[in-house]
Write a protein that binds this ligand. Sequence first.
Ligand code: AMP
Length: 401
Amino acid sequence: MKILVINAGSSSLKFQLYRMHDESVLAKGKVERIGMETAILTYEPENGPELREVSEILDHTTAIRKVLASIVDPDTGVLKSVNEIDAVGHRVVHGGESFKGTVIVNEEVKREIKQLFDLAPLHNPAHLLGITAVEANIPEVSQTVTFDTAFHQTMPPLSYLYPIPMVLYKRHKIRRYGFHGTSHDYVSKHAAAFLGKPLEQLKMITCHIGNGASCTAVLGGKSLDTSMGMTPLEGLMMGTRSGDIDPAIVPFAMSKEELTLNEVNSMLNKHSGLMAISGTSSDMREIQQAMQDGDSKAELAFQMYEYRLRKYIGAYAAAMNGLDVLVFTAGVGENSAILRKAVCDNLTFMGIELDDELNAQRSGSERLISSPASRVAVLVIPTNEELVIAREAHALLNQPN
Ligand code: AMP
């Protein structure tokens, strides 16, 4: 079975084509600057160099047509015909309360995704464009959608409700949903398998720390609580997002600085976090470099980022009354040994003991970085959200009727 995984954004689209029997990637790539005359298609087949083409791609339907043309190109393609694609799996950011797992696309599912535009105005419209663009190009193919929020649908009301008037939840579904669910799901399962322990018996905290960042309390394999909320703004300090702040800052800053709602929204999402404190970058590699060069603002940004993450880990250990496994993943979590060290060296009271040598080793594979004496196993598990989407589509479409 061959499954094409698509992550459609408003002006970009990433894809990976999987051969499911060995879960290998036959081809992958992306289309950037959709809507422009100088859109860029990048295509990398399994056994060939990366190819790049600049051309006019004005909409998602054209973008998908170009992707499919690359996949079946007589010289550099990996399939003879698009009919060899058995299914297309899409990433959709917001599934609201309607979707607790991956589903097959039908008219009702599309309607529901549309109804959630309000809750994810930057993401869900683009995902729907991706789905309809596939329908326009390969009308017969089965499509599935996997939601970033679905894994967190196991959260109990005590963690998903905000302590504000219930009418807001009842009328507008204002509640915590959580995001990065496919990643938290993937790394928690892989962590248990790596340790050879039953997931159902583990108290785990998974830290997905990239440009966006969230951590999740995974109790017995289920999300008990997660740091992102109704939107991906709540929780940890991120590259350009503030994470948790006093909500009273919003009206106060609006009145003092004469900001509009859009401006304050943009401030908290695009001009806060590492960027705001360092004054130079939202990128952890650059922050670390600036720290080495003696930049005190970068140092403060790093310290705040680490401190806020560590507080969440402490809170989630309390929420579960214990901790067996701590997992780091995504760009920063997988690659920043100094961030992991700063977090773990300040959590020794919980029985966490890092092995500095293992932590400093550079490797793209799953690994243990705590010492044998550590009461909590600390792991680095590279995430793979595309593979989860492909696996879910595969499982769903192979279910006996
Ligand atoms: P992601 O959103 O998962 O792609 O992660 C992006 C973030 O990971 C950026 O802040 C990068 O600077 C950070 N990152 C990637 N590689 C490294 C590295 N070697 N050391 C520190 N941070 C890194």
